[in-house]
Ligand binder design. Structure first.
Ligand code: ATP
Ligand code: MG
Length: 356
């Protein structure tokens, strides 16, 4: 099965690939809720794309030019959580050598994405509830109230309603954060998305690894489509990356695909960039930029924001890489006399098509 042509853009919605009816429903819900300010809670297994969806809510909303601030409730030690949320004033506690802003200030006029919300301690849940009610907070060590204008988006791997029934999550907070609930189904329940995702990741990783892969065998694709994917899209992405890195020829075959169906998928592994030593700085930059594009689902707008450069600058760099790849392809073609330069896949045109 030939890959889609370079330049083909899979139907995506703000970088989210999908055509199953469940995903189309999620896209249309995002469009509807993005216009307003209601709190959105995204529920789904690990690796289903909750963070991508959170970003889509922000970038589809009128707040898109404001900040999108993420707070991972698992990553932050309990003792530092309040300071991360509200900020602190100098001298508020040992080690508070400077006044710092918390996410409620940083996300002002934008979106605050609280990841893994179900892991937040009950004592902090009360404080969060108070802020959501009053839209006011004060820094640790200060009593001056500060107003905040944020849209709250949360994500969780657990069923929050169940957690609120069994007492590990406050029920009153649940009804505040879950005004709109987006349930992201696991990949095994929307297998029609798999070929599209495979194509999407193949295009991205062949560009990243500069591989001339043009086709995936039917049996390899069938295997990917029928696999159970306990680690969901993240696991599929990892499997394709590994296959691309290992494949030498133009066809990715069943034997190139390594499936481990009992993985404990590491979180955010796709954010890790492994580099061999001795690389030129410009090659490191190229890989880092392409990796960032992959990790944000291919959206140039979001990637540019994340990299802290302008969209124009990113577009310029991608065009440069593309031309460089083509030039290398031609040089290689001349060197071995036979190879067609068009075999070399250029940096894919990944901007989400908004074609829904
Ligand atoms: N529909 C999709 N289209 C394109 N890429 C996707 C899609 N869903 C997930 N991904 C990619 O898969 C990886 C995992 O997605 P993401 O981090 O959003 O999952 P998650 O649900 O937040 O997982 P966790 O619960 O472990 O934090 C990311 O690299 C993301 O870009
Ligand atoms: Mg996540």
């Amino acid at each position: 099965m030939a890959l889609s042509n370079v330049g083909f853009v899979a139907p995506t919605f703000h970088g989210i690939v999908g055509r199953s009816k469940q995903m189309l429903k999620i896209f249309s819900m995002i469009e509807k809720v993005a216009a307003g300010d209601s709190s959105v809670c995204i529920e789904g297994e690990s690796g289903t794309g909750k963070e991508l969806i959170a970003r889509a809510v922000h970038f589809a909303s009128p707040r898109r030019d404001g900040p999108l601030v993420t707070l991972d409730c698992v990553a932050i030690p309990e003792g530092l959580m309040e300071s991360h949320l509200f900020g602190h004033v100098k001298g508020a506690f040992t080690g508070a050598t400077e006044t710092r802003e918390g996410v409620f200030s940083l996300a002002n006029h934008g979106t605050l994405f609280m990841d893994e919300l179900s892991e937040m301690k009950l004592s902090l849940q009360v404080k969060l509830l108070r802020i959501l009610q009053s839209r006011e907070f004060s820094k640790v060590g200060s009593s001056t109230p500060i107003r905040t204008d944020i849209r709250l988006v949360t994500a969780t791997n657990r069923d929050l309603l169940k957690a609120s029934v069994n007492g590990s999550f406050r029920e009153d907070l649940y009804y505040r954060v879950a005004v709109v609930v987006l349930n992201v189904p696991p990949l095994r329940e929307r297998r029609e998305d798999i070929p599209l995702l495979v194509d999407h990741f193949l295009r991205q990783f062949t560009a990243l690894y500069r591989k001339p892969i043009r086709e995936i065998s039917r049996s390899a694709m069938e295997r990917l489509v029928s696999s159970p994917w306990p680690g969901n899209v993240r696991q599929l992405q990892n499997v394709i990356e590994q296959a691309v890195a290992l494949t030498e020829g133009e066809i990715l075959r069943e034997g190139d695909v390594f499936l481990d169906n009992h993985p404990s998928p590491p979180r955010r592994v796709s954010g890790v960039l492994e580099l061999e030593s001795g690389l030129l700085l410009r090659e490191v930059e190229r890989r880092y930029i392409l990796r960032t594009l992959v990790s944000v689902g291919g959206s140039r707008t979001i990637a540019a924001k994340r990299l802290g450069i302008s969209l124009r600058c990113l577009q310029y760099k991608l065009k440069f890489y593309s031309e460089q790849d083509q030039a290398n392809g031609q040089a290689n073609g001349q060197a071995n006399g036979a190879q067609d330069a068009s075999n070399h896949r250029s940096v894919p045109d990944l901007e989400p098509g908004m074609s829904l």
